[in-house]
Write a protein that binds this ligand. Structure first.
Ligand code: EPU
Length: 461
């Protein structure tokens, strides 16, 4: 690694550490107050990070707008910088300029130091193989691979002609013959694997046909970006995406799609706290499925040109039966915040999680606060899923209404953590919520937003 890139490692690592700020911190919440007011959401975490990677494919700089100040963005920025991509802040708040003209290979140790537990390095592979002929992925560690497999990604890259070599420290990939378009059928419409195909196929020689693709709005926005860069991509019916490889791509200028997961989280917070939150920047089309469920639970909303108002209109909340699914289904990232409102609903709700096998760990804290939630390994939904016979506790029965009372809880992960915040905000009494730094991975300025919405809390550093 050259000295400039090594400096960038140190700077970015420092910046990431410093700006996470809240990592490991505890907030003490006095619950029971409705959250009311207006907050803004920026670009979607699950698009922006990929859009930043896509900039590597361009022959010139790209401009990305509405980039949220979240730690996942800082991680990707650091990773780009160790690869020689220059990332600077633009004139507009939340604008990044990404110049890939100095792209270089990075050392495995430096990639590892920056990536942490992020899966993003795997998405660098296609672009780096095109630009440099080689790419590295650090060893994600035994149980981490088990929990977060990358088998689809590796299979996709092999299909394009990547040669994969397992080293003690990770995986090295080369493309001695270049990457060539191919026919791929995904066993499951994985978001990441679909992005892997897109980011690799656009510069591969010839045509690529992907069946079983994920079609989340964030993927469609990535396709918008790639098309702006010069790619030829068509989205057909039945999850079929066709890409005609081109020989070069330019930079792009793009305003990122809003973060519908953040918007849904604040909507759930409004409902669970009897509140009224206007989420500026939220849009109806990408939230259609969420809005239906929100209404069925007893929430109300108003669609405006500049955002959506979510509120508790009074009366009892109602139970629902939901199954998480790939788009256009009910997103897995929406269930954790909504479960808090379901705990307050009058009757029995069922949530069948079909995307991730272990995504109900967060319910333990809710039970501690007084919720009645039982986990089951059976598929308690209309459709049996991949996890049915495998002993994963992936269905939850939530019996309400429960009165939540404050407790000491520790944030386990991003969405589970936000759910804990909502539970503490809606509970009677005081809660200590520790490890809240994780929440800044995906929620921009959530502490300031809580303040703006009238939450009663203090930070116990
Ligand atoms: N899977 C495999 N092998 C692979 C890849 C995925 O078995 O090689 C499995 C996963 O274990 C999971 C399923 O496929 O059971 C779906 O995973 P997918 O690849 O779709 O998810 P992802 O790309 O890793 C993104 C988001 C998640 C979001 C999911 C589903 C990012 C950075 N992450 O993950 O967001 O839940 O798609 O929509 O885009 C979050 O924001 O908190 C979050 C977890």
């Amino acid at each position: 690694m050259n000295p400039a890139a090594r400096n960038a490692v140190a700077n970015a690592a420092r910046a990431a550490g410093a700006s996470v700020g809240l990592a490991g911190e505890t907030i003490i919440i006095n619950g029971g107050r409705p959250l009311t007011g207006r907050i803004e959401v920026k670009g979607a975490k699950n698009l922006v990070t990929k859009a930043m990677v896509a900039a590597i494919l361009g022959d010139g700089p790209s401009v990305l707008r509405d980039v949220p100040a979240i730690s996942d963005v800082r991680v990707v920025r650091g990773l780009l910088e160790v690869h020689g991509v220059t990332v600077t802040d633009g004139d507009e708040p939340g604008e990044l300029i990404l110049d890939p003209r100095g792209v270089v290979s990075a050392h495995m140790v430096d990639i590892d130091a920056h990536a942490g537990s992020s899966r993003i390095p795997i998405l660098f592979c296609g672009p780096l193989l095109h630009k440099l002929g080689e790419a590295f992925i650090p060893d994600l560690g035994g149980c981490r691979i088990g929990d977060r497999p990358i088998d689809y990604h590796l299979e996709v890259l092999k299909n394009f002609g990547a040669v994969i070599e397992k080293l003690p420290s990770g995986i090295r990939m080369t493309a001695p013959e270049g990457l060539v378009g191919t026919k791929i059928s995904l066993p499951y419409p994985s978001v990441g694997a679909t992005e892997q195909v897109l980011l690799t196929a656009v510069l591969a020689q010839g045509k690529t046909e992907l069946s079983g693709a994920a079609i989340e709005p964030e993927i469609m926005d990535l396709i918008n970006i790639l098309q702006k860069m010069g790619a030829i991509i068509s989205v057909d019916t039945d999850r079929l995406i066709r890409i005609e490889g081109v020989t070069s791509l330019s930079g792009y200028t793009h305003r990122a799609l809003f973060d519908r997961n953040e918007a849904a989280s604040w909507a759930a917070a409004a409902l669970a706290t009897d509140g009224d939150i206007f989420v500026g920047g939220a849009r109806q089309p990408e939230m259609l499925t969420f809005l239906n469920v929100f209404r069925k639970v007893g929430g109300a909303f108003e669609i405006h040109d500049d955002g959506i108002r979510f509120y508790h209109p009074g009366g009892e909340l109602k139970p629902v039966v939901i199954e998480t699914d790939v788009h256009p289904g009910f997103m897995t990232d929406w269930q954790q915040p909504l479960v808090v409102a379901l705990a307050k609903a009058h009757g029995v709700s069922i949530v069948h999680e079909t995307v991730y096998e272990q995504r109900f760990g967060f319910t333990e804290a809710l039970v501690k606060m007084g919720a009645t939630i039982q986990l089951h390994s059976d598929c308690l939904g209309a459709h049996p899923c991949r996890f049915g016979q495998r002993n994963f506790q992936h269905s939850a029965i939530i019996s309400g209404p429960s009165h939540l009372t404050g407790a000491d809880v520790e944030v386990p992960d991003l969405r589970g953590g936000f759910s804990h915040l909502i539970a503490a905000l809606s509970a009677t009494g005081t809660s200590r919520v520790s490890n809240v730094g994780i929440i800044s991975r995906g929620y921009e300025n959530f502490i300031e937003k809580l303040r703006a919405l009238g939450a009663d809390f203090e930070i116990d550093a």
